[in-house]
Ligand binder design. Structure first.
Ligand SMILES: NC(=O)c1ccc[n+]([C@@H]2O[C@H](COP(=O)([O-])OP(=O)(O)OC[C@H]3O[C@@H](n4cnc5c(N)ncnc54)[C@H](O)[C@@H]3O)[C@@H](O)[C@H]2O)c1
Length: 260
């Protein structure tokens, strides 16, 4: 009887499944974005660290490049088309292509509906929704010429189920999910997939701001009994960024089983 032993996963060339692919991750100076960048680089991708905070953008890019990763640090404000155009131009001039786009930059400005100001509403819509429209436009042009690409939008369980005090954030993330499904349809013929990852409650500066009391109340409701880590989200992104994917227009909730 012949026995076959598989020594490495199918498709693993030994260089990482994303060897030499160029990935832009917005808002990757810290938190989930940084973890995504590190995980993609861990699979061999060349990563673009991009953030509105120029200092953070530089220090994170320097740190990762000292670890031997292929990194380009390009500051960018995702609410400003001019800033986005410059970032995309820099990436294409440096590395000639864009294979993966992760629309990750985001903010919260929480308040109950009756108390929410127009400024709070607009800031979150601009940074969490319109930004993805503005960034995806020039990037998808590059991907269309290549006839390949992976777009991954970082949404939220709030965008699927709603959440107290987050009508602006829920509307933005819900809109981002609807945008994901539509871009998936429009670009499938060019071999470009577009999916969303919807994180639950993840341990970053964004959630630390909620304070210990609220955090422990939420943890009590999470079936897996803990907050997620940025790397939990990063692993889902690596999965969706992989080559030869038949998955598009989907929303992957990564939330420890918490649905509301
Ligand atoms: N932390 C969570 O529990 C959680 C849950 C669901 C979804 N998310 C989403 O994950 C993404 C990352 O969140 P995080 O928790 O890492 O937050 P974070 O605040 O730690 O990091 C967000 C990063 O985005 C950058 N940023 C903000 N505005 C920007 C702009 N206009 N242009 C470019 N960069 C900008 C910030 O400087 C920061 O580095 C966000 O889209 C957020 O909505 C987070």
């Amino acid at each position: 009887m012949t026995q076959t032993t598989q020594t490495k996963p199918i498709g693993d060339t030994g260089m990482g499944r994303l060897h030499d692919q160029v990935a832009i991750i917005t808002g990757s100076g810290r938190g989930i974005g940084r973890a995504i960048a590190e995980a993609l680089a861990g699979q061999g991708a060349k990563i673009v660290i991009s953030d509105i905070n120029e200092e953070l953008c530089k220090s994170t890019a320097d740190e990762l490049s000292q670890q031997g990763l292929q990194v380009l640090g390009v500051p960018c404000n995702v609410t400003q088309s001019e800033s986005i155009e410059k970032m995309v131009e820099t990436v294409v001039n440096s590395w000639g292509r864009i294979d993966i786009l992760v629309n990750n930059a985001g903010i919260t400005r929480d308040a109950l509906f009756m108390r929410m100001t127009e400024e709070q509403w607009q800031a979150v819509i601009d940074t969490n929704l319109s930004s993805a429209f503005k960034v995806t436009k020039p990037v998808v042009k590059v991907m269309s010429k290549q006839r390949s690409g992976r777009i991954i939008n970082i949404a939220s369980t709030t965008g699927v189920h709603g959440n107290f005090g987050q009508v602006n954030y829920a509307a933005a993330k819900g809109g981002l999910i609807a945008m994901t499904k539509t871009i998936a349809l429009e670009y499938a013929s060019r071999n470009i997939t577009c999916n969303a990852v919807a994180p639950g409650f993840i341990d970053t500066a964004m959630t630390k701001a909620l304070g210990e009391e609220i955090i422990s109340k939420v943890i009590e409701k999470i079936p897996l009994g803990r907050m997620g880590t940025p790397d939990d989200i990063a692993q889902a992104v690596v999965f969706l960024a992989g080559p030869g994917s038949y998955i598009t227009g989907q929303v992957l909730e990564v939330n420890g089983g918490l649905y509301t």
